[in-house]
Design a protein around this ligand. Structure first.
Ligand code: PEP
Ligand code: MN
Length: 350
């Protein structure tokens, strides 16, 4: 795919929301100075609850045109319906993005895709708020079906009910799965919305670069403390410069001999693990037969509890993460029970 900018990381930056012409221009000037080439700003911002700042709306399109003329940067806005798309196209916006709440809604995505039919424009598709890779891929496919050829995916984390370290939990395996299924779609990371707080932006950006993401979308405001939305997660252009210069890009494309050796070793270990798991399942079926002939029920919770506690404590002395080992043991136990159930219910001779 033709990239907007092949350098890595490719960075899009700008405020969460456009608030005034002055705020947009001063932020854009600051970002241009640090070498940013694509400027973002949200114009339509329906928030979780009505009544707070809901964006400046279409008037911001004229401010963005001024940003483009005065800085030469490309402009990028969020669209959530046909009318946003039409007015953005008319105003000469270069890149559109579909927000996380919109990409969770196939009605809205289809409406946007229909409006964009035949347009030569770049569209960024943020992951849906819920952790559903098929829904994310579906949104991308709706745009591809409308003939949009420059599509980027943006990972901005997933909404959860529990309050944790992140505003939106990253679930890295989901963008990784998207990349596996759509390798031609470049992937950006939006650490601002994952973090919800500026002190985590560098760490999340670094992780995304280590995972081979192509770029970053980072919220930047000339004066974050006065921002009308998402003020805790925005950084000034100078702070952004510091973040970007701290990121280490690992882009050596060769495969050193040691890496090949280590990979061979991992493959061999995986083969041994598979053989051991097959043996474990064989024994589980034997246990099933024994329980059947002695009329013993399959589940004995005390035995299982004992097994998990004992193994988790051995895992700890081997410096293995206890939660990780618990997840593996639970998955294996679940499968063993399933195997025993097939034995107990089979008509196989005792
Ligand atoms: C945004 O980028 O300001 C935004 C609203 O993002 P998201 O759709 O990821 O919440
Ligand atoms: Mn925001």
């Amino acid at each position: 795919m033709e990239l907007i900018n092949p350098e890595r990381p490719f960075v899009i930056a700008g405020p969460c929301s456009a608030e005034s012409e002055e705020q947009l221009l001063s932020t854009a000037m600051g970002l241009k100075e640090i070498g940013i080439k694509v400027f973002r700003a949200g114009l339509w911002k329906p928030r979780t609850k009505p009544g707070s700042f809901e964006g400046v709306g279409a008037v911001g399109l004229q401010w963005l045109s001024r940003v483009k003329i005065e800085t030469g940067m490309l402009t990028c806005v969020e669209v959530a319906n046909a009318s946003h798309v039409k007015s953005s196209l008319k105003a000469g916006i270069d890149i559109l993005w579909i927000g996380a709440r919109t990409s969770a809604n196939p009605f809205a995505v289809q409406e946007i895709a229909d409006t964009l039919k035949g347009c030569d424009i770049t569209v960024l598709v943020k992951n849906p708020v819920n952790p559903d890779v098929d829904l994310w891929i579906g949104a991308i496919e709706r745009l591809q079906n409308s003939g949009i050829s420059r599509i980027y995916a943006v990972h901005r984390g997933f909404s959860t009910y529990e309050r944790g370290l992140f505003r939106n939990i990253p679930h890295w395996y989901i963008p990784i799965e998207l990349k596996r299924r759509l390798p031609e779609v470049p992937m950006l990371c939006d650490p601002s919305h994952i973090a919800g707080r500026r002190d985590l932006i560098l760490q999340i950006s670094q992780q995304s670069m280590d995972l081979g993401f192509d770029g970053l979308m980072i919220e930047s405001h000339i004066n974050p403390q006065s921002a009308l939305s998402d003020k805790e997660q925005q950084v000034t252009p100078e702070e952004l410069k510091r973040i970007l210069s701290s990121i280490v890009i690992r882009d050596y494309e060769g495969t050193p001999g040691l890496l090949n050796e280590l990979r061979r070793e991992i493959d061999e270990i995986d083969d041994r693990l598979l053989t051991l798991i097959a043996r474990r399942m064989h024994v589980a079926r034997e246990i099933g037969r024994c329980k059947r002939s002695n009329n013993i029920p399959i589940l004995q919770p005390t035995r299982y509890e004992h097994l998990v506690t004992q193994k988790v404590s051995s895992a700890e002395s081997l410096q293995l993460d206890p939660d990780f080992i618990k997840r593996i043991l639970e998955a294996m136990h679940e499968e063993s029970v399933r195997q025993q159930l097939t034995i107990i219910n089979s008509s196989e001779e005792v």
